[in-house]
Design a protein around this ligand. Structure first.
Ligand SMILES: NC(=O)c1ccc[n+]([C@@H]2O[C@H](COP(=O)([O-])OP(=O)(O)OC[C@H]3O[C@@H](n4cnc5c(N)ncnc54)[C@H](OP(=O)(O)O)[C@@H]3O)[C@@H](O)[C@H]2O)c1
Length: 302
């Protein structure tokens, strides 16, 4: 690859993981955030494309404050719906592929089985509505060149996420109450970064070749938040951290402004069949995030 992959978003979990993975693999990649690239501003997107002449555009920028979106829906829509529309249009104009990240929260969480991409979207929250609108807008603007990866429960050693919160709370409390009736898979940002770079390499080698569309991309397996917490704290204990006891509660015991889907299980077979990509088991991702957090804290950045 000679022309770089251009990533919208610089400091987010997936954006950082992409930057780390690109360095490790020797892939040229430029990640830009505000003010250099604002996904709500067509002129800044055009200027970034003109300056970097990328081979591929990736959107890792998003409004991810799920509860705050309930009261700031217009702001969430600007980033999550208008952003992908503008990015997809710009990628179409440049004649390059566009990879966009989306969410399990576009679905209603009904049933007990993993859902595939043929399920209709039926978001429960303003955030979910904004992500569903973004997917539709990107496909509307550039169906033949857009790859949408819908993922779930993203975590990384850097950034805001459930695992870091559990580790912090565990140092302060003996017991943490955690919801146990939402089912799905936590997904390491590093898994998504690897998948995105694999798709980038395949597009570089063979073009999109009819492989555009929506794909589920979550770490493998299924669990719930309480089990993720126990797994993460057990990993942390191996590094000498205190591990609180996890008390299981239900979603009804922990009301939030934005309702959460109870079933976030994503069937990822289409990604495997189309792109040959299978994400690792969720436990591997959680262990990697704990190791990353401990490494950062040893280096004095934690
Ligand atoms: N986090 C999850 O659990 C989860 C679950 C399912 C799907 N996803 C999806 O996965 C993708 C990546 O999520 P993530 O966890 O990496 O997100 P994140 O850590 O919250 O990062 C989002 C990034 O977007 C940037 N951003 C926000 N508005 C922007 C704008 N107008 N222009 C440019 N950059 C802007 C933010 O910059 P500032 O720091 O400057 O605000 C931040 O760097 C998103 O599409 C998200 O919807 C996430």
């Amino acid at each position: 690859m000679t022309r770089p992959v251009l990533v919208a978003g610089r400091t987010g979990q997936v954006a950082r993981a992409l930057q780390r993975a690109a360095v490790a693999r020797g892939v040229p990649l430029v990640a830009l955030g505000r003010p250099d690239l604002d996904v709500t501003d067509a002129a800044s997107i055009a200027a970034a494309l003109a300056a970097h002449r990328p081979s591929l555009l990736v959107n890792a920028a998003a409004w991810t404050a799920v509860d705050r979106a309930e009261t700031e829906e217009a702001a969430a829509f600007a980033v999550n719906a208008e952003g992908p529309r503008l990015l997809a249009r710009a990628a179409a104009a440049a004649g390059i592929g566009f990879i966009h990240l989306s969410s399990d929260y576009v679905y209603d969480g009904g049933g007990n089985n993993p859902r595939d991409e043929s399920n209709p979207v039926a978001p429960l929250s303003a955030y979910g509505r904004s992500k569903a609108a973004g997917d539709a807008a990107a496909l509307d603007a550039y169906a033949e060149g857009t790859v949408i990866l819908r993922t779930s429960w993203v975590h990384d050693p850097e950034g805001q996420n459930f695992i870091r919160t559990m580790l912090r709370l565990s140092q302060e409390r003996a017991v943490i109450r955690v919801v146990a009736d939402q089912h799905g898979a936590p997904t390491a940002a590093s898994s998504l970064a690897a998948a995105i770079l694999a798709i980038a390499a395949a597009i570089e080698a063979e073009g999109l070749a009819g492989r555009a569309g929506v794909f589920h991309a979550a770490d493998a397996g299924c669990t719930n938040w309480a089990e993720i917490a126990r797994t993460a704290l057990a990993e942390g204990r191996a590094f000498g951290l205190k591990a609180a006891r996890i008390e299981e509660i239900s979603t009804a015991d922990y009301p939030t402004p934005a309702p959460r889907p109870l079933n976030s299980r994503l069937d990822c077979r289409r990604l495997a069949e189309t792109w040959g990509i299978v994400l690792p088991d969720w436990r591997q991702g959680v262990a990697a995030t704990i190791h990353g957090i401990m490494k950062k804290s040893e280096e004095g950045q934690g």
